[in-house]
Ligand binder design. Structure first.
Ligand SMILES: CC(C)(COP(=O)(O)OP(=O)(O)OC[C@H]1O[C@@H](n2cnc3c(N)ncnc32)[C@H](O)[C@@H]1OP(=O)(O)O)[C@@H](O)C(=O)NCCC(=O)NCCS
Length: 190
């Protein structure tokens, strides 16, 4: 079992990873309480590989590191999940929740392949996703939008360091969990 956790890593997607993502986003069990963030992503699961790759590279060039599609891998490089992050603009609201004007804020998530649910991998890889966001970008606040009927997601985010936002706000069945850079420095940099 320990071997499963050896060498876990993530990297930014390459064109060759797109079929893995398209397959993942077409799985009903994976998408039950989440979506693929098609608007901020700039391409959708209905696109072919070439269209998706062109759109990704274009948006990545325009937006820099704050926008990134990550592939989560076992030590032997097998892809087992994905995470997408994108910057929120100052007008962004989510129910009662508003992006704090003064904070550079990034939204992210995690989706694991069901073959690997319940093994602790989502929790371990979410730690790498958090670290990647705070180390590779100047993000000051990281947020995730778990569905309130998806306790496994909320638990994975909580274990990585996220806390429920206050005032508690639910929008379209999702709530927001927050993670500030100061907390990251405290939890991850000891
Ligand atoms: C949510 C998801 C990432 C979890 O990944 P995973 O690899 O199965 O997660 P882990 O095995 O690391 O841990 C799951 C945690 O949730 C807990 N959990 C699972 N089902 C639960 C439930 N019904 N109620 C409460 N906690 C639950 C587990 O006990 C574990 O916590 P623990 O370590 O304290 O025991 C995975 O199920 C997934 O990809 N789901 C589909 C996509 C999705 O909904 N993503 C979230 C988008 S916001």
């Amino acid at each position: 079992m320990d071997d499963l956790f050896k060498g876990l890593h993530l990297n930014e997607m390459m064109a060759a990873d797109i079929p893995f993502l398209l397959d993942l986003w077409h799985r009903e069990d994976v998408m039950r309480y989440t979506d693929e963030f098609p608007h901020p992503r700039g391409w959708t699961r209905r696109d072919d590989v070439e269209t998706a790759w062109t759109a990704y590279r274009h948006r990545r060039k325009m937006m820099g590191h704050d926008y990134a599609q990550l592939i989560l891998r076992l030590g032997n490089r097998t892809p087992v999940g994905e995470s997408f992050r994108f910057p929120l603009d100052n007008r962004f609201t989510f129910g009662q929740w508003r992006k704090p004007m003064e904070l550079r804020t990034t939204m992210t998530d995690i989706k694991m392949h069901p073959d690997h649910w319940g093994e602790g991998l989502g929790s371990a890889l979410m730690g790498l996703v958090v670290e990647h966001a705070f180390v590779r970008t100047k993000c000051q606040l990281l947020v995730v939008p778990p569905n309130k009927r998806n306790p496994a997601a909320a638990r994975v985010y909580e274990k990585a360091g996220f806390t429920r936002s206050k005032p508690l706000s639910v929008h379209r069945g999702h709530y927001i969990m927050e993670f500030r850079r100061e907390r990251f420095e405290e939890l991850y940099r000891r």
